[in-house]
Design a binder for this molecule. Structure first.
Ligand code: SDX
Length: 385
């Protein structure tokens, strides 16, 4: 095996087909089941995009009403999930809290046959599981933030749709329309992105015929890393380090001298900008105006222009979404759990697609360890050869 045949990080390797989404770096575009994500973000509630990812078509009014009713039936924080989260240290990372909560939900779902032979579940069971996870995650994420602030659980409200209810359960206040709209757009933009590391993790786990909850739990573990979903949290950490626009140049001089990765910039697939950034930046701009935070606009613009001019590396979705979630009032540690709440729709769409036409995912490796050697004095037993 020559060095050139090794594709480190599977960079540029096409491993399978998917009909869920199309990422096109040539045109800097992203389609969910054929629809440009910008059009979906501008016109659809997140519930309709979840339906689209799962079913391949936008819902009729009746189908949307049915999904909304089912989502409302599973919004409340389950007692056993709350108890499990309460067992964790208060300073556990919220990604670990959510990963634990999904594990508890999975371990408590005994609808399967109980043996590993039934683990993968039927398409109908997996769609029902997907909707239940999608419905339950806002309560889990909201509780995590409120627990850290010593605040009680806020019960869901049936008169609010998904995004408004998510904000209500987190902050306990009637959410403003402009905030609901910006949040709804972020949920749509984060929902799906072909074979990113966490989605591919979910597909690998599914390919062994393991269960949907195990696949989602594994995907959460992959998403946590700052090279992937953890970047939106990391963007706020670096913005806090920099402080204000007039400190960008010296901060960047030091960071680049230390060879640091500047979080929120760069992408494995997009090389001339992330197709989702303009839509999320427009949502951020509405929040900056709404909250009167021109300082955020100045810091954002200065860091972007400095880094792009020096390295020619462009912002990804995490760069505008971090400050947007900060302005809305989410704790920085809550940012990547918000990514989970959205991406669970894409993950589960891929899990069901993988299960429908499965092949065990098991790549090869090229050995570059020590040559074969033997234990001194060992006499082989002919039966073991
Ligand atoms: C997401 O895959 C997806 O679709 C993911 C995602 C999704 O929706 O699921 O889009 C979500 O994960 C977005 C990415 C969030 N991560 C970050 O913002 C972390 C910072 N970004 C980098 O770590 C990096 O850009 C990656 C990991 C995102 C992509 O890196 P690649 O494609 O593996 O490229 P690379 O790391 O090999 O970088 C090539 C060069 C290197 O320089 P050299 O070592 O060759 O001199 O560019 C440099 C890198 O050091 N570089 C950066 C950089 N990104 C690339 N240098 C500083 N800061 C950066 N952000």
């Amino acid at each position: 095996m020559t060095e050139t045949e090794i594709k480190k990080g599977l960079a540029g390797v096409v491993v399978d087909y998917t009909a869920v989404s199309k990422v096109n770096p040539e045109t800097n575009s992203l389609l969910y089941r054929g629809y440009p994500v910008q059009e979906l973000a501008a016109t659809q509630p997140f519930e309709a995009v979840a339906y689209l990812l799962w079913h391949g078509e936008l819902p009729t009014e009746a189908q949307l009403a049915e999904l909304r009713a089912e989502e409302r039936r599973h919004r409340s924080l389950a007692e056993n999930v709350k108890a499990a989260i309460d067992l964790l240290p208060l300073d556990s990372h919220p990604m670990d809290e959510v990963r634990t909560a999904v594990s508890v939900i999975g371990a408590s779902d005994v609808t399967g046959g109980g043996s590993v032979l039934d683990a993968s579940g039927s398409p109908e069971e997996n769609l029902a599981r997907s909707i239940r996870l999608y419905a339950a995650l806002p309560a889990i994420v909201a509780y995590g933030q409120r627990r850290r602030r010593a605040l009680d659980v806020v019960e869901p409200r049936d008169d609010l749709d998904y995004s408004a209810n998510f904000l209500w359960m987190t902050f306990g206040e009637e959410p403003e329309e402009i905030v609901v709209d910006a949040f709804n757009r972020s949920m749509i933009l984060y929902a799906e992105h072909s074979f990113n590391a966490s989605t591919f993790t979910a597909r690998v786990i599914t390919s062994t015929l393991s269960d949907l909850y195990s696949a989602v739990t594994g995907a959460i573990g992959a998403l946590k890393g700052p090279l992937h979903g953890g970047a939106n949290e990391a963007v706020l950490h670096i913005m806090s380090e920099i402080g204000s626009a007039d400190n960008v140049v010296p901060w960047l001089d030091r960071a680049l001298a230390e060879k640091r990765k500047i979080m929120g910039f760069g992408h494995r697939v997009y090389k001339k900008g992330d197709s989702r950034v303009p839509t999320m930046k427009a949502a951020l701009d509405t929040l900056i105006e709404h909250y009167g935070r021109q300082d955020v606009a100045e810091l954002y613009a200065k860091l972007e222009s400095e880094f792009v001019s020096r390295k020619g590396i462009y912002p990804n979705l995490d760069y505008p979404s971090g400050p947007a979630y900060n302005l809305i009032g989410f704790d920085t540690l809550t940012f990547t759990p918000l990514f989970i709440a959205s991406r669970v729709t894409g993950w589960t769409a891929h899990i069901m697609e993988q299960a429908a036409s499965n092949a065990l995912i098991r790549p090869l490796s090229a050995y570059n360890g020590v040559d074969e050697r033997h234990i001194a004095g060992y006499v082989p037993d002919a039966a073991t050869l």
